[in-house]
Structures are given as C-alpha cells and as structure tokens.
Write a new protein. Structure first.
Ligand code: ZN
Length: 211
C-alpha cells in the first residue's frame, strides 16, 4: 500500500490565497495541484490526473491516483483529510459544509473508488473557546449533530464546537480514527484567522498518494 502524505502550511509558508492560486514547492507535493473554488457547499470532485478540476467550484476532492495533490485553503474552517485503502480526500468544512452533508458526499465518493474512508486528520481550525456562535444556525447544528456541538467561548458566550460536529459526521461514515492536534487558528498566530483577526490570508492543506 502506498503511503499518503499530508502537509498543512502555516503563516510562515506564506499566504496561499489569491488567484491564480500560488503553488510553492512544499515538502515534495507534486504539481500542479487541484485547488478548488470553495463555496461552503457539498460538491466533491474526483481527480485522476494532476491538476484535474483545478479552479472548479467544489469543497472536497478525492483521488485514488498516486501523484495527484489535492488542496483546500482555510482560515478558521476545518481542513479534513480522509484516508482509505487506496484513496485520499480533502474537504473544506465550515459549519455550512458540515450541515450540507459534505462529509457524507466525500465518503461516498471514496466508496465509489472502492476505498471507504477508515481514518481522518482534522487540521487547524477555529475552536469553541474562540468561536462565538448562536441563533437558529446553532440550533440546526445541534439538531443534526447533537448537543455536543454547543459550547461556550472563553468569554462565556454561546459557541459552536465545529470539530465536534465534524467528528460526529465522520463517525456516521464509520470513521472514528481521527487525528486532531487541537490547534486553534483564532488564538494561535502561526495560522490565519478570518473570523477573529480578519486575516485575508489562507493556509493550505495538501494531501496526495505517493508515487
Ligand atoms: Zn482559540
């Protein structure tokens, strides 16, 4: 079995927002990358050659082909990498995407390639201590993923535990082996935060199957 490589950039690697998207030399990630025009939706693209579907409107990509670098760009939303026997996927998951069923769509796309997801990596994202969130959207998320998504900020305000919602969505797909460094983009300045620091910069999470 070939191994999956995962790279999450930091502020030190530069701002990976912009159009055309920059593709710096990073840890041997093969180029061109498949980066997506992310819209907080539920569309998944299947990539079978390097750079395929680059710029397409989608929030997740999956491949079973070695050497195809999949990229999502984030600054508070959760970058998630799913791994199966011979496939890998990346997904850009904010609260809208989680609620839209993007985790299930991504897992389905992997199953169609014969490689159901068995493990996941949850990257740097805004954590509940920094993520004030309330109103009908929080009620919708709690109705869908359970009251475990309700949290409190460090300042005592209602909050969303986005990572908890992602973990429930992953568990529904049979994925309970989730690596999560617990990093918060909002209070750890190694990363970009759109919501708290109004950063326009984006970090990238890249994944590919080694050739
Ligand atoms: Zn924080």
């Amino acid at each position: 079995m070939r191994s999956v490589r995962i790279v999450t950039t930091t502020r030190a690697d530069g701002d990976l927002a912009g159009d055309p998207r920059p593709e710096p030399a990073l840890a041997g990630a093969p180029r061109p990358w498949t980066w997506l025009r992310q819209v907080h939706g539920d569309r998944v693209v299947v990539v079978s050659r390097p750079g395929e579907h680059a710029g397409v409107e989608a929030d997740a990509a999956v491949t079973a082909t070695p050497g195809c670098t999949l990229a999502v760009r984030t600054a508070d939303c959760a970058p998630v990498v799913l791994r199966g026997a011979h496939a890998v996927a990346v997904a850009h998951l904010g609260w809208r995407g989680v609620l839209a069923g993007l985790v299930a769509r991504t897992a389905d796309a992997m199953r169609e390639l014969g490689a159901a997801p068995v493990a996941a990596d949850l990257g740097p994202c805004i954590r509940s201590g920094c993520y004030e969130f309330d109103g009908p959207e929080l009620d919708d998320l709690a109705a869908r993923f359970g009251d475990g998504v309700r949290a409190t900020t460090d300042g005592g305000r209602p909050a969303l535990d986005l990572a908890a919602a992602v973990r429930v969505a992953l568990a529904e797909q049979g994925v309970t082996d989730v690596r999560d460094g617990g990093v918060c983009t909002a209070c750890d300045e190694r990363w970009f935060s759109h919501r708290v620091r109004q950063d326009t910069g984006r970090l990238a999470t890249l994944a590919w199957i080694e050739r």
